[in-house]
Design a protein around this ligand. Structure first.
Ligand code: GDD
Ligand code: MG
Length: 353
């Protein structure tokens, strides 16, 4: 079976994390989110994927190439102007002549795709939409369904008074290829605003798949930090059964392995993830809920709590980082104390707490 990944969005709400890279490429524990999604797809019957890209598509292509390095076949469709989610799906028609999967590529989930496909087949539906329960549904596609779990209503980003359910579109779908007949070609189409309500009006069977998988959209820096915490505390199980990665665990310290140097007088409180070639100096205090990317340096007497450091970050003596994301290659010195911030070379942004 094949999957289509929608990876053409701009990622403006994640800025400045997405100033220099497309949203699906933000690192999650040292690897692009898209790579994490592909690894999850590979656990099921998916052998080939189509990446539908638009903004900064070269960045994605250069990283994944034809997929052989990731043991999966990858095809690309690149839009010059964004076609919307439905337009991007229609544009990929030639690749799909059987039941297929579609995923938004800004979500982190450990959903079992084989079980989803099995469910879809059992419902004899044109489409199955994975749903998840959230506290505040207003920023999502809100879904109502009947007693047999067939969808009766789909409202994309409804006004507060229109919210009638806490179940939302998780951005993971199973489609029968007949869906292509219902999406117009050569124009912008939103699958959420246009196609789903139309399918329901026409009386097509669209099933809702409820499940208890972990799900989070990495739409904002706050959620980006939350996702890491959820992985490190085991709530999100993307590392389970992973064949490609081997980590060593010392209690709840997760060590990627090569050439890690931790001074005996440094204090590390897990959960903490430490990448390759990291040095942590004496009397540094690191953790809990900290990710330190490859090649980073943590100076003496620094203090790092609840923060995500990308690769090759240099934290000099006495610096304090709390609930902060630091992008690759930044150097922080001068006894700075940085709280609740996305820290980049170009601009910083406060994080809501
Ligand atoms: N190729 C392509 N072209 N991809 C696109 C385009 C486009 O024009 N527009 C958006 N995408 C991709 C984005 O990269 C993202 O992976 C996915 O489609 C969804 O777009 P977002 O812009 O992230 O939408 P959203 O987060 O506001 O809402 C969507 O996701 C929610 C779950 O996170 C909707 O599907 C909601 O219904 C859903 O609840
Ligand atoms: Mg999104």
């Amino acid at each position: 079976m094949k999957a289509l990944l929608l990876a053409g969005g701009k990622g403006s709400r994640l800025q400045p994390l997405t100033n220099r890279l497309p949203k699906p490429m933000v690192p999650i524990m040292g690897k692009p989110l898209l790579e994490r999604t592909i690894a999850n797809l590979k656990k099921s019957k998916i052998k080939e994927i189509v990446l539908s890209t638009c903004y900064q598509s070269n960045y994605i292509k250069e990283y994944f190439a034809d997929g052989s390095q990731f043991d999966i076949k990858i095809n690309y469709i690149s839009e010059d102007i964004p076609l919307g989610t439905g337009g991007a799906i229609k544009n990929a028609e030639k690749y799909f002549d059987d039941t297929f999967i579609v995923l938004n590529s800004d979500i982190l989930t450990d959903i079992n795709i084989d079980q989803l496909i099995k469910y879809h087949k059992s419902k004899s539906a044109l489409a199955t939409i994975v749903v998840t329960n959230v506290k505040n549904p207003s920023q999502y596609g809100v879904i109502e369904y009947d007693q047999e779990d067939y969808i009766t209503s789909f409202k994309e980003k409804p006004q507060p008074h229109e919210i009638t359910s806490n179940y939302i579109n998780a951005g993971v779908y199973v489609f029968e290829p007949q869906i292509f007949k219902e999406i117009p070609a050569n124009r912008v189409v939103s699958i959420e605003k246009e196609t789903y309500p139309m399918l329901l009006r026409k009386g097509y069977k669209v099933a809702a798949y409820k499940n208890d998988a972990y799900w989070l959209d990495i739409g904002t820096p706050e959620k980006y930090i939350a996702a890491h915490k959820d992985i490190m505390t085991g709530l999100c199980k993307i590392f389970n059964d992973s064949i490609e990665e081997s980590y060593s665990f010392i209690g709840n310290l997760m060590l990627k392995g090569k050439n890690i140097r931790i001074h005996p007088e440094a204090k590390i409180i897990g959960p903490v993830y430490i990448g390759d070639n990291v040095s942590i100096e004496a009397n540094a205090f690191v953790g809990p809920n900290v990710v330190i990317g490859d090649g980073s340096y943590i100076g003496m007497e620094s203090r790092i709590i609840g923060s995500i450091l990308w690769d090759s970050v240099q934290v000099n003596r006495g610096v304090k980082l709390i609930n902060t994301v630091v992008v690759s290659n930044c150097r922080i010195g001068g006894n700075k104390e940085i709280f609740n911030t996305v820290y980049t070379q170009d601009s910083n942004r406060m994080i809501a707490v």
